[in-house]
Design a protein around this ligand. Structure first.
Ligand code: HEM
Length: 515
């Protein structure tokens, strides 16, 4: 008990000190507790050492799927990297891919907002880069119903057959007239795929107006625009510097070129719709119908329509072309596989001048070859980037909202845990069992999986099977004179799509003429 003024002053001084000490101790406890709770909740995936500012940028290398695969061997199948200020989760095993694309599919169903895409695609109003939500759902459905469903894909049969026939004739002529002895198959395959996608999307006028070359160039230029440096990609809040420094000029330039090309194509369709001409409706007509007549609460604008068309051309041509080019490159490097495939195709299509689509259904080895091509060379080796729309836990790791996600499908489809001799091109691995690329087997997802799985898979597979069957049916294929298998360049080019870097030069010998 305290009594007297002096004593009471001492007492009150002591109690103030005591309560201050208590307060500090309490604060410390709270801070410690919060920190503990915080750090427990925020156990982030492993991350290799990084540089200030740039983060892990320099570890990306020229071919990110390869560098990231090497990095994951040291740091594990779930790594958190930072490219500048952008947190990026890199997924490199089938189990982790399943976590992202199945268990937590909704959390990871969005796409990042990428500057070149935003510039070309009217603020991401296509399907592939649209943020997860009603707009994406609606436009994806539009594309599926009017262009990419199984029923639609079947309906393009005659068109596919005709385009494959044209490609075969082109190769026959080139093989007779070639002075060097070889043919630039990259060019031939590119215009074949561009014409098929062009005709499917925009009808006969694509060929009539000779649009193949222009669209093929625009699709090539997409790759340039996407690989140009821009500050915003690394430091989102400093995006204004790109304008000041004049960075990423290709995106702006080709945005105008795409707009002109698509305007012209749409204008053709409007004129025909207003004329008496009787013709089958194509995808451009179907989209125009929605622009004119809003469905439910949805109204498609002209700009949105162009963004969707961009997607169908770019996604459709680029990946299908890349797959067919790698298929021919692998076959010519593996004569025993080529011979086995030719035996199957020539046996089942005996006496025919061309393989028909019905006949490809029974070609088990053809299907195995295609799967092996997509395993060894998934055209988009890191799929398309995704972004988390909410906080999420994977294997006890905290993945914050707005983390970018790269799924290294290339590394996963070469993981020795799932594949014997994964570096070898060996279609036989697919002749038994039922492993498929339809999104259920997470060690093999060249078309992705879950809500964002590629909606063009059926169109791509139908085109690739028919083209490949006919290419090996009609010709024997060889490397250019004097070139050995080891000298044949199989380098990939950098970019969202891993094309073959050097053009594919091959010798085609029409079958029958030398038998
Ligand atoms: C061999 C050929 C093809 C391959 C390997 C391929 C691969 C892919 C991949 C990996 C994705 C991302 C999937 C994901 O995020 O999980 C994708 C998305 C997409 N693909 Fe394909 N694709 C091919 C052909 C096509 C074709 C022919 C079309 C259409 C004409 C097409 C249209 C699209 C679209 C619109 C998306 C975005 C889907 C979305 O975000 O909802 N693709 N493709």
């Amino acid at each position: 008990m305290c009594g007297g003024t002096a004593w009471s002053e001492v007492c009150s001084g002591r109690s103030t000190m005591l309560s201050s000490l208590l307060l500090v101790a309490l604060l410390l406890l709270v801070l410690l507790g919060t920190k503990r709770a915080f750090s427990k909740k925020r156990r982030l995936p492993p991350s290799p050492p990084k540089l200030p500012l740039l983060g892990h940028l320099l570890q990306l290398g020229a071919l990110p799927h390869r560098s990231l695969s090497a990095l994951s061997k040291k740091h594990g199948p779930l790594m958190l990297l930072h490219f500048g200020r952008v947190p990026t989760l890199v997924v490199s095993s089938a189990d982790m891919a399943e976590e992202v694309m199945r268990t937590h599919d909704t959390s990871f169903a969005s796409r990042p907002d990428l500057k070149p895409v935003r510039t070309i695609l009217y603020d991401n109003h296509d399907v592939g880069f649209a943020p997860y939500g009603d707009y994406w759902r609606y436009t994806r459905k539009l594309c599926t119903i009017h262009l990419l469903s199984g029923k639609r894909v079947k309906s393009y049969r005659a068109l596919r057959q005709e385009e494959v026939g044209l490609m075969i004739r082109k190769i026959s002529q080139a093989s007779l007239s070639s002075i060097s002895g070889f043919i630039d198959m990259s060019k031939v395959i590119n215009s074949f795929v561009t014409d098929i996608v062009g005709r499917v999307v925009s009808g006969a006028s694509f060929r009539a107006a000779d649009r193949c070359q222009l669209f093929s160039k625009l699709i090539d230029d997409n790759g340039v625009a996407f690989s140009e440096l821009c500050v915003e990609e690394l430091f989102p809040s400093l995006g204004f510097l790109d304008g000041i420094l004049g960075l990423n000029p290709t995106a702006k330039k080709i945005a105008v070129e795409w707009e002109d090309a698509l305007n012209e194509m749409i204008q053709d369709h409007v004129e025909r719709l207003n004329s008496d001409e009787v013709r089958e409706r194509d995808f451009v007509d179907e989209l125009l119908a929605v622009v004119d007549k809003p469905e439910k609460d949805f109204r498609l604008t002209m700009q949105q329509m162009k963004a969707i068309l961009w997607d169908m051309f770019s996604a459709g041509v680029e990946a299908t072309f890349t797959a067919l080019e790698w298929a021919m490159a692998e076959l010519v490097r593996h004569p025993e596989t080529l011979k086995k495939l030719q035996d199957e195709v020539r046996g089942l299509a005996a006496g025919k001048d061309m393989v028909r689509e019905d006949e490809t259904h029974d070609m088990a080895y053809l299907k195995a070859v295609l799967k092996e091509v997509l395993r060894v060379h998934p055209p988009t080796p890191l799929l398309l980037p995704r972004e988390s729309i909410e906080d999420c836990q994977i294997q006890g790791y905290h993945i914050p909202k707005k983390t970018r996600v790269l799924i290294n499908a290339w590394a996963i489809s070469r993981d020795p845990k799932h594949w014997d001799a994964p570096e070898e091109f060996r279609p036989e691995r697919f002749t038994t069992g039922d492993r498929d690329f339809k999104g259920k087997d997470f060690e093999f997802t060249p078309f992705g999986s879950g809500r964002r799985i590629c909606p063009g898979m059926q169109l791509a597979v139908a085109t690739l099977e028919l083209a490949l069957a006919n290419l090996v049916h009609q010709f024997d294929w060889e490397l250019p004179l004097g070139m050995t298998r080891d000298e044949f360049d199989m380098t990939e080019s950098p970019g969202l799509t891993a094309r073959k870097k050097e053009p594919l030069h091959l010798v085609a010998k029409p079958w029958g003429t030398h038998h």
